[in-house]
Design a protein around this ligand. Structure first.
Ligand SMILES: *[C@@H]1O[C@H](CO)[C@@H](O)[C@H](O)[C@H]1NC(C)=O
Ligand SMILES: *[C@@H]1O[C@H](CO)[C@@H](O)[C@H](O)[C@H]1NC(C)=O
Ligand SMILES: *[C@@H]1O[C@H](CO)[C@@H](O)[C@H](O)[C@H]1NC(C)=O
Ligand SMILES: *[C@@H]1O[C@H](CO)[C@@H](O)[C@H](O)[C@H]1NC(C)=O
Length: 213
């Protein structure tokens, strides 16, 4: 049996102190949905977005014990602020035991000519709720290695890219999937076709950040 105790200890240690940037207690799920549609994300990624949970993305910082939390969709963050691999948390009812988390950049190489997007920055499954953070969220911990390991945002245009993070309930078909391996190109990823093929349904939550060079 794999033990998640060390992971829990690690996560609790480092979430004890959080620099809360972009946290807005008045943010509703309807606001999150609207922000996605106003940024043309469902249109450009061919997805239906009706979130039932909030997704928090917690970025540890190189030179500080404080983390930066992405919460409000559309928050501007610097390349340096998002350089380290984040952990994820959900606010809302825990709907099932396992979740899949995705991050894509829709604007590669630039928002005005995104002919290489979406670029798959991350695809990981077997995320389970671990514990409450000080912010009242369920921290997620992964029980297996990601399908596509984390690639930090490194936009080469000054115009900020939309980095979209999505969480899905994990279908049983996910673990055995062979559509994406470590050798599958990350560019021009037809995410909606993948999501359909695996039977993942619509995302249950998400957020996005704007990061420019
Ligand atoms: C968008 O998704 C729908 C199903 O949700 C699918 O029928 C359609 O072919 C997709 N369109 C593109 C351009 O991928
Ligand atoms: C984010 O940055 C862009 C320019 O890069 C700016 O137009 C926009 O107002 C900023 N948004 C916020 C919420 O600060
Ligand atoms: C969880 O994900 C991280 C990086 O994304 C990876 O290094 C780690 O091995 C994964 N955990 C397990 C138990 O596979
Ligand atoms: C990826 O490609 C390398 C080199 O061609 C090969 O050795 C490896 O088995 C491939 N891995 C997968 C998961 O297909």
């Amino acid at each position: 049996m794999f033990s998640i105790t060390p992971l829990i200890n690690f996560l609790l240690l480092f979430t004890n102190a959080l620099l809360v940037r972009g946290l807005d207690a008045s943010l509703t799920l309807a606001d999150v949905r609207q922000a996605f549609y106003e940024a043309d994300i469902p249109q450009d990624a061919n997805l239906t977005f009706n979130p039932s949970v909030f997704l928090q993305v917690i970025f540890p910082q190189e030179s500080s014990s404080l983390s930066i939390v992405l919460y409000t969709p559309g928050t501007n963050l610097s390349v340096a602020a998002v350089a380290l691999e984040p952990v994820f948390a959900l606010v809302g009812p825990a709907l099932s035991k396992d979740f899949v988390v995705i991050m894509v950049d829709l604007d590669v190489p630039s928002p005005s000519d995104p002919y290489l997007g979406p670029y798959r920055h991350f695809l990981g499954g077997d995320y389970v709720p671990l514990d409450f953070t000080p912010l009242g969220a369920f921290l997620l911990g992964n029980l297996t290695k990601p399908v596509s390991s984390w690639v930090s945002p490194a936009p080469d245009s000054v115009a900020p890219h939309r980095y979209v993070l999505l969480v899905y309930e994990q279908p049983t078909d996910f673990s055995g999937q062979t559509l994406i391996t470590t050798n599958t190109s990350r560019y021009n990823w037809d995410m909606s076709a993948f999501v359909r093929a695996i039977g993942m349904g619509d995302p249950i939550g998400g957020t996005y950040m704007l990061v420019g060079a």
